[in-house]
Design a protein around this ligand. Structure first.
Ligand code: GZL
Length: 326
């Protein structure tokens, strides 16, 4: 009798252990995400921006990151509201691409109080408090502008130009790419007395505004325009038909310089209607996920990470430019 009772108790203990281990497994989700990342994206204003969003989504999946991505539709107030939602949701890391450089201190102080690290993607902020963000992952916009200016000097030399009248269609006023591309370009041409910027006008990185601004500039300066320096491909692609409607051949009668390097602009470069496209890669997703995972693990990260970028132009065999997936 005692033996039977002993075996009965042992069997019950084994059954309980097995049950607990099984129930423990079913309580656990199939796979805990590596981290929960809140990302506020500016909008969908350009092929570059759409490519950037797609790359971040792909990188999140590849790294097992649970991504809360919110599109701000070009409004800073929507980005601020999204960051507040991420804080309330207690995400592990917040990342965002600030549409303009100013106006972020209050919401970033709230993120800091909540103990949530913040990564800047693509664009920077201007602040007195340099401890509100952990890292900036984005292009060296000053260098992009400088490389555009260096190309123009080489092009003017090859055409034996004595006077170079430039119109500039800028990106969103007070955004990092606008400020730094303009600064780099102006610094590159500053020492060349032939170079004269007749007007700079804000195109907000939008195709429609590129067209509208080009119409205004053609009405005002017409054939006196030697160069169009545009801060992104969208505005360039908006401007080109207006140049042709006015009876000029872009790439021939006017030197066209653009930035981003999306497929559509590269195709037009190959047609000879754009002379130079400075690359600005939107592929920041892997760098973002690797950095966010390090922050969650309590590891230190570089404060500034610039991707490698190149210049595409009519100085090279453009038929050899590899397909661009944005
Ligand atoms: C550059 C990015 C700019 C692109 C534009 O990194 O911020 O914003 O050049 C985009 O196409 O709108």
């Amino acid at each position: 009798m005692k033996i039977r009772r002993f075996f009965f108790i042992i069997m019950n203990i084994i059954a309980m252990v097995l049950l607990m281990s099984c129930s423990k497994d079913t309580d656990q989700p199939d796979k805990d995400p590596a981290l929960l990342l809140g990302f506020s994206q500016i909008g969908s204003e350009s092929a570059w921006r759409i490519g950037n969003t797609h790359d971040i989504e792909q990188a999140a999946e590849k790294h097992g990151v649970s991504l809360m991505l919110e599109n701000a539709n070009q409004k800073q107030e929507n980005q601020i509201a999204a960051i507040r939602r991420f804080i309330a949701y207690k995400v592990d890391v917040i990342a965002f691409s600030p549409i303009v450089e100013d106006g972020w201190d209050n919401v970033l102080k709230e993120a800091k109080m909540a103990g949530i690290p913040v990564i800047l993607v693509d664009r920077a902020i201007s602040t007195e408090n340099d401890d509100l963000t952990s890292c900036l992952i984005g292009a060296d916009f000053y260098k992009e502008g400088y490389m555009a200016g260096e190309y123009l000097i080489r092009k003017a030399n090859s055409l034996n130009m004595e006077q170079v009248n430039i119109v500039e269609i800028t990106g969103t006023t007070n955004s990092t790419p606008m400020r730094q591309r303009q600064a780099g370009f102006m610094d590159a041409i500053a020492g060349d007395p032939r170079m004269k910027v007749t007007e700079s006008i804000d195109g907000d990185f939008l195709k429609s505004r590129g067209a509208e601004n080009m119409r205004h500039l053609l009405e005002k300066y017409g054939g006196d325009i030697d160069v169009v320096f545009s801060h992104n491909d969208e505005m360039t692609l908006g401007a080109l038909p207006e140049i042709e409607k006015a009876g000029f051949m872009p790439g021939k009668d006017m030197i066209i310089i653009s930035i981003d390097g999306g497929q559509e602009a590269i195709d037009v470069l190959k047609e000879g209607k754009i002379n130079c496209v400075v690359e600005c890669t939107p592929k920041l997703g892997n760098l973002l996920m690797e950095t966010a995972l390090k922050l969650k693990a309590g590891e230190s990260v570089q404060s500034l990470i610039h991707p490698e970028e190149q210049v595409f132009s009519d100085e090279q065999d453009t038929s050899k430019i590899a397909p661009r997936d944005y």
